[in-house]
Design a protein around this ligand. Structure first.
Ligand code: BGC
Ligand code: MN
Length: 414
């Protein structure tokens, strides 16, 4: 009898072996596809999440958001073990135990940096005035300290920390941080820091926020054993604010003072809630303010790169810095996100339970109506608009006790 399974499957009386084996193959193929998709998604997700280490749980009692049920500790591993099996971290951890021989090697590597002159010859058209209050001594070289390199996981981290919302006077703050060197510089005494980090804060007229930021940031950066400096880049005048251009200025000016290898671009109103959120630069540009309280601790969209972000000197130069064309609120960080991906990088992030921030409140700024237009056509200008076209006049440079202040007049487009 002829099998009619195709037309009347249910009524077919004989087993229709050929048809069934076809169906079986299709089902198997589907299962294989699903498994492949699952495996690939795991790989891509792993690229997004950086390996996370653990800090002492016993210190995390009474932190500022202990009531939050969304604060999962699922990704934490007790006793300083390494999560996610990251080979990179593992190598770091192993080499930390061999500090004597590596220290000698590192010292010679650092010695080669000594010849760095702070020359930003690849940055054209940077116009600086003679400046007021110039007390600058070029410190561009990295000293050979003969110290043991700091461990890859800073030993004194707390984990979730209590965010302080006060804004003490600068004198009070100065007393709190006696170990700072002029310009808000710090390097750990106990070991040779692994990272030379410039924190760039674009700024205008937010004295209270700045004080609160300094109050929270200095202790965190010191616990992270970083060789760091804070650069507050203030826009002169009352024209539209240009956050991105101030970041470019901060990058150029900080490099004149020291051979930083890592740059953290930091809004003045964001306060970190966890000191495991390391202010360092990994292999890929890192978006740091993943979970912000006013955004209900959720990433608003996957490509976001605003708030706080970290890039190496090389990455920032490769993408030609930020665009200089975004005057007023919005879009400049999205343009940077496009630059990052256009140049073959991807945005990396710590998990949301670590990369948490509180935002200080302020009046909403005037949004730039041209931001979408500039964003859409941005790609055409990546090469020509950025560090290579940056123009500004440096009006003041003060090495304050808590930070380096750079006051600038930004050149408006002609
Ligand atoms: C703006 C960005 C901003 C983001 C989050 C976007 O629409 O273009 O500049 O960072 O919203 O507020
Ligand atoms: Mn803000």
């Amino acid at each position: 009898m002829r099998c009619r399974c195709l037309s009347a499957w249910n009524r077919c009386t004989q087993p229709c072996l050929r048809l069934r084996s076809h169906i079986l193959k299709v089902v198997l193929a589907l299962v294989a596809l699903l498994a492949l998709q699952y495996a690939l998604s795991n790989i891509f997700e792993a690229r997004q999440l950086e390996p996370l280490f653990t800090v002492n749980f016993s210190h995390s009692r009474g932190h500022s958001h202990s009531s939050s049920s969304s604060h999962s500790r699922g990704l934490l591993f007790p006793n300083h073990t390494i999560a996610n099996g990251s080979m990179h971290t593992l190598i770091d951890k192993l080499t930390a135990n061999l500090n004597i021989s590596l220290e000698i090697k590192n010292a010679s590597i650092h010695a080669t940096y000594e010849s760095f002159s702070g020359n930003t010859s690849n940055l054209n058209n940077v116009s600086n005035s003679s400046g007021v209050n110039q007390t600058i001594v070029s410190t561009a070289a990295v000293p050979v300290t003969g110290k043991v390199v700091c461990p890859p996981v800073p030993p004194n981290l707390i984990g979730p920390i209590k965010v302080a919302k006060e804004s003490p006077s600068l004198e009070e703050l100065e007393k709190k941080f006696p170990l700072l060197e002029p310009g808000g510089r710090y390097r750990p005494r106990e070991c040779q820091a692994r990272d030379r980090v410039a924190i760039i804060v674009p700024y205008r007229d937010r004295a209270q926020h700045l004080s609160t930021l300094l109050l929270n940031l200095h202790p965190l950066l010191q616990r992270q054993q970083l060789d760091y400096g804070i650069y507050v880049v203030e826009q002169a005048g009352d024209g539209p604010f240009n956050r991105a251009m101030l970041m470019n200025v901060g990058f150029v000016e900080a490099l004149k003072l020291y051979n930083y290898d890592c740059f953290i671009f930091h809004d003045v109103d964001l306060l970190p809630e966890d000191d495991r959120n390391l202010y360092t630069c990994p292999e890929q540009p890192r978006h740091m303010s993943v979970a912000v309280d006013v955004l209900r601790y959720k990433l608003p969209y996957p490509s976001i790169f605003g708030g706080v972000s970290a890039m190496t000197k090389m990455q920032f130069q490769k993408v030609n810095g930020f665009s200089n064309m975004f005057w007023g609120w919005g879009g400049e960080d999205d343009d940077m996100s496009n630059r990052v991906r256009h140049h073959g990088y991807h945005i990396s992030r710590y998990p949301a339970n670590v990369a948490r921030y509180k935002m200080l409140t302020h009046r909403k700024q005037h949004a730039n109506p041209k931001r979408y237009e500039f964003l859409n056509t941005g790609r055409k200008r990546f090469k020509t608009d950025g560090l290579t076209s940056l123009q500004y006049e440096r009006k003041e440079l003060n090495l304050g006790k808590l930070y380096t202040r750079v006051l600038v007049e930004l050149a408006t487009p002609s």
